[in-house]
Design a binder for this molecule. Structure first.
Ligand code: GRF
Length: 187
């Protein structure tokens, strides 16, 4: 079984999709062995209910949190590390050490609407404000530069004239689910 470690900061909706895909055998040969958060969040409660080792850390500076996460990961090296709504930035040392193993799901068509501050609803609000005709989601490798690593998969959706940031986030969330599972399969 290939072990997946998931890093979260919020609800962990993409974490839940991964767990469902494993349970439904859409994603076979994988198991989630560890969930780590950088703050108190409901994703941790969810993981604990599913009997997954879940560790909640405190949000600190990137060097400190990167070291802490590294120290946990080295005890049971995962096949892949998925950032699923993880809001802390990992430092260069961490990204280099785990290069090629860490992937992130981002709710836009990168390189557009990526980088510091571009997460969650901020992305969808900016996309609507700029009257874009399409948006989507991207799965990419994680490097020290935020949202700038090589792209693994990207999929777009049309934006209707009546689109709101909320309706767009729901559309994009469906795409995230699809390309995240596909990316893990392909790795
Ligand atoms: C999604 O927008 C995803 O693209 C991003 O985190 C969001 C979901 O996080 N990386 P959560 O379900 O609120 O934890």
């Amino acid at each position: 079984m290939k072990k997946i470690a998931i890093l979260v900061s919020g609800k962990g909706s993409n974490m839940q999709y991964i767990l469902q895909a494993i349970q439904n055998r859409i994603l076979s040969g994988f198991r989630v062995n560890l969930v780590i958060s950088d703050r108190c969040c409901s994703a941790i409660q969810y993981a604990l209910k599913k009997n997954i080792t879940a560790i909640s850390l405190e949000k600190t500076d990137k060097k400190f949190i990167s070291r802490k996460i590294n120290n946990i990961l080295v005890k049971d090296i995962p096949y892949i590390i998925v950032l699923a709504g993880f809001l802390s930035i990992l430092d260069a040392e961490f990204c280099e050490k785990w290069f090629g193993k860490v992937i992130n799901i981002h709710p836009s068509l990168l390189p557009k609407y990526g980088g510091k501050g571009m997460y969650g609803m901020n992305v969808h609000q900016a996309v609507i404000k700029n009257k874009e005709k399409i948006s989507g989601a991207t799965v990419h490798y994680v490097t020290k530069d935020v949202d700038a690593g090589d792209i693994i998969l990207k999929k777009s959706c049309k934006i209707s004239s009546k689109e709101t940031p909320m309706s767009l986030s729901q559309k994009v969330s469906l795409i995230e689910r699809e390309i995240l599972i596909q990316s893990i399969k392909n790795l």
